[in-house]
Design a protein around this ligand. Structure first.
Ligand SMILES: [Zn+2]
Length: 430
């Protein structure tokens, strides 16, 4: 115990530079999509065709198996970089080094035209695969889709930023996306939603041929609901439904969820027996299904980045992924290799720390409500919005969720949350 405490004090001296003003996510439950023209992006949807997707997929296949850290993987990454560059998008490599692997993610950006907002949307897929697989469906299908969508949307301007990200490191433990999510959180990126298609190239039934599945944690349900609404609006030209399903933690959206952002994994419905085998080859893919999935994902990301966000809230403190003693962040916690524990981004509090929320809104704020485990505890009606984290009727001990809601006087609500492990003995009695 003494040893741990002295390590903590030393680490505290080194963590003075932790950015305390970062923003996390800002989901809005009252969106105003219905005010948009429901088929605003139909001409872009119609531009998507099978031959474009095939060109990207075939080129990716030409590199062979793309195991993270291999020469093939590196060469494929360079080609993805040049493909995004040829669309006149701003592109960068995101270098990462984790758990014995060194590799690069590729990030291409359509910057938002609303300079008063930092909100961004991510459309992501992974270009690595297992050592003996071509990864045609897993996840060549996702990479071909995001390249095709990026090419189609690259000439368009949206109020909010869209980033297309090709990750490596997925098959070895989602290390590429984990490294990106961690860095994005530390930079303070205001990522509102991550949409991660991974295996969207197969269907062998009529029903499977018109179903795209969205897997999400409860807090990210609004993304699937939004996608269902878009699928209905565009049904005549795409003929694809969105099936909403419980979360799966082994895909590249999950590190973002762990760091307090919202995200979904997107996949086809019918069973695909060749994933992670030498038989995951383009010959098994259903290209007309992959084309429909790509069209729907284009419509969803375009409509999201186009839809006005009237209010957003971010829990800025305590800082996710750190151990705290009262208000002092002592030590960064790293459970990235044990991704299956669900502890990436966990915040550990010893004593009562201050929770802080930042609200951005075009309308007046009525109040900001702080909850733990969805139970109301405290409200604040004037900035700065702060709450001393504590139990309501009993000490706050164990794993809990801190949630904040921001209500506007005009009826919009935004919310944000974070998981904590708390040993706070204080209680609030009124
Ligand atoms: Zn995959």
């Amino acid at each position: 115990m003494t040893k741990i405490l002295s390590v903590c004090i030393i680490l505290f001296l080194f963590t003075a530079t932790i950015p305390f003003t970062v923003v996390s996510f800002s989901p809005i439950h009252n969106d105003d999509t219905s005010k948009n023209n429901p088929l605003l992006f139909s001409s872009y949807v119609r531009e998507i065709n099978e031959s474009k997707i095939r060109v990207y997929l075939d080129k990716l296949m030409s590199f062979g198996p793309r195991y993270t850290g291999s020469e093939n993987c590196s060469s494929a990454g360079e080609w993805i970089y040049s493909a995004f560059s040829s669309m006149n998008l701003s592109v960068e490599f995101h270098h990462w080094d984790y758990a014995g692997f060194t590799s690069r993610n590729i990030v291409a950006t359509i910057p938002g035209s609303n300079h008063n907002s930092s909100i961004e949307y991510l459309l992501t897929a992974h270009y690595d695969c297992t050592p003996n697989s071509l990864g045609a469906n897993d996840d060549g299908s996702g990479i071909a889709a995001i390249l095709t969508i990026a090419e189609t949307l690259s000439q368009f301007s949206f109020p909010y930023t869209i980033r297309f990200i090709a990750f490596s490191g997925e098959e070895v433990g989602t290390f590429g996306s984990f490294s990106y999510a961690k860095d994005a959180y530390r930079r303070g990126d205001n990522i509102r939603a991550v949409i991660n298609p991974d295996m969207i190239g197969y269907a062998d039934t009529v029903e499977g041929g018109r179903t795209l599945r969205f897997f999400y944690p409860k807090r990210s349900e609004w993304i699937a609901t939004f996608a269902q609404k878009i699928a209905r609006s565009y049904n005549e030209i795409i003929d694809m439904n969105v099936d909403a399903l419980p979360n799966y933690i082994g895909a590249d959206h999950q590190p973002f969820v762990d760091y307090g952002y919202d995200g979904v994994w997107v996949a086809h419905q019918d069973a695909y027996q060749w994933a992670n085998t030498p038989e995951d080859d383009p010959k098994h893919l259903n290209f007309s299904y992959l084309t429909k999935a790509t069209k729907l994902l284009l419509a969803v990301i375009a409509e999201l980045a186009h839809t006005n966000v009237p209010v957003s809230v971010q829990l800025t403190e305590p800082y996710e992924g750190y151990g705290y003693l009262k208000n002092y962040s002592l030590v960064p916690l790293d459970f990235g290799k044990q991704w299956y524990w669900g502890l990436r981004g966990i915040t550990v509090l010893l004593g009562s720390a201050q929770a802080k929320a930042i609200v951005e809104s075009t309308d007046p704020i009525r109040w900001v409500i702080f909850c733990f485990d969805n139970n109301f505890v405290y409200w604040d009606s004037e900035p700065p919005y702060e709450w001393n984290i504590q139990g309501k009727h009993a000490p706050l001990i164990g794993k809990h969720t801190i949630r904040v809601y921001a209500h506007t006087t005009t009826g919009f609500v935004a919310t944000d949350e974070m998981d904590i492990f708390s040993l706070a003995i204080k209680c609030q009695y009124n």
